[in-house]
Design a protein around this ligand. Structure first.
Ligand code: ZN
Length: 381
């Protein structure tokens, strides 16, 4: 039996595979100059040669993960063909170790923290958008590893057009964020969809499907190739160490921002929720009213979204304005929200086979077009 992870978003440390019923593993730390050891949680690896064997895989250092609260109630995902991912019911968090018990039906099986979104799929999404009559793809510059940082622009600029920004995967292990963007783009570029048509009439959308392609390819949870947590770099982005934020912030200054959505996943909470902007200095009554309208419209648009469960006030303390959505709310005085989706499942609408997954993230992305239309038509000329 063999375990490998030398592929796109692969990450695991193998301690021993001598016995199928006692495979010893360790979560690998995010790679980067500064961040080594700081964050670990994402894993993605292949087991070969275990068909029919009752595998018992022990992640020895699970308690040292960035979010140990992510493990209770969590179930590992698995796939034979890398397309259809299912949850492994025999996943337990016991005495600080994550234990995954599974008897694979095939000799080749992949296990991951969440359904991956590959770099190839990312490039295919950009290529597909490029061919749409409603979109264009521009390169903002290069990432630390020299990958392309691209933005998809939808709608033609013109007087009174509302600039809307959507960014995803600042935290590269939160692959559900790019599935969400795929759902946004598929609906937004649909010539037959009346909501999409009206949005394109009122707004110009700037969509960054993956803010952190280096971290995604390296199999990081939180950081880019320089070890920087991009969602703590918005107040003072460094052109060399966090060029991804530096470049997007520059483009935002050029376009202005009337609505910003930053798409994430949360390890611990089994709900879809917004982190809102009330704590941002200068948050105005107008912002509060517009934010409330947007949140209510999303609640009406998708039963997967709720507003009862979320972060407690004060969570980000003095770091507040280093976060993308808080900095944008502060700088542009607009509606600016962080959307969080679960790594586990939506406890209000659970799915025993898949948990929360790529397909459900895509449907949620499609559903957010209703609230976007409401927002841009209310502020539009
Ligand atoms: Zn995140």
């Amino acid at each position: 039996m063999r375990i490998s992870s030398n592929f796109d978003s692969g990450a695991i440390e193998v301690v021993s595979v001598d016995r199928a019923d006692d495979i010893r593993l360790r979560l690998r730390a995010d790679q980067g100059i500064e961040g080594d050891g700081a964050f670990r949680q994402w894993f993605h690896f292949r087991v070969h040669g275990g068909a029919g064997a009752a595998l018992r895989m022990v992640f020895e250092n699970a308690s040292e993960a960035a979010y140990p609260d992510g493990w209770p109630g969590y179930r590992c995902v698995a796939s034979y063909d890398r397309r259809n991912w299912f949850r492994v019911s025999g996943t337990h968090y016991v005495d600080g170790q994550l234990v995954v018990e599974h008897t694979p039906e095939r000799d080749s099986v992949y296990y991951a923290y969440f359904e991956p979104y590959s770099h190839e799929r990312h490039l295919d999404l950009l290529g597909w958008a490029e061919m749409s009559p409603y979109a264009s793809v521009s390169n903002l510059g290069a990432t630390v590893d020299g990958r392309d940082l691209d933005v998809v622009t939808v709608g033609r600029p013109g007087p009174g057009k509302q600039p809307v920004w959507i960014t995803a995967r600042q935290h590269p292990g939160e692959s559900m964020a790019e599935w969400f963007v795929e759902g946004v783009l598929e609906r937004l570029l649909d010539g037959a969809d009346p909501v999409a048509r009206k949005i394109r009439e009122h707004a110009v959308l700037h969509i960054v499907p993956n803010m952190n392609p280096d971290g995604a390819f390296r199999g990081n949870l939180r950081t880019n190739a320089a070890g920087v947590n991009l969602n703590r770099a918005w107040r003072e982005p460094d052109p060399l160490r966090s060029p991804e934020v530096h470049l997007v912030r520059q483009a935002m200054e050029a376009s202005g921002v009337s609505l910003f959505l930053d798409i994430h996943g949360d390890e611990a909470l089994p709900y879809v929720f917004f982190s809102t902007a009330e704590e941002v200095p200068g948050f105005s009554d107008a912002q509060r009213a517009r934010q409330a309208e947007f949140v209510a419209a999303f609640e009406a648009a998708s039963p997967d979204f709720q507003r009862e469960h979320g972060y407690l006030p004060g969570r980000f303390a003095e770091e507040l304005l280093t976060l993308a959505s808080k900095w944008v709310a502060y700088r542009f005085g607009c509606v600016s929200l962080t959307l969080e989706m679960p790594f586990k499942d939506n406890a209000l609408l659970p799915d025993g086979l898949t948990g929360w997954n790529g397909a459900r993230s895509k449907r949620l992305g499609a559903a957010i077009l209703g609230p976007i239309l409401r927002h841009v038509s209310a502020t539009g000329a």
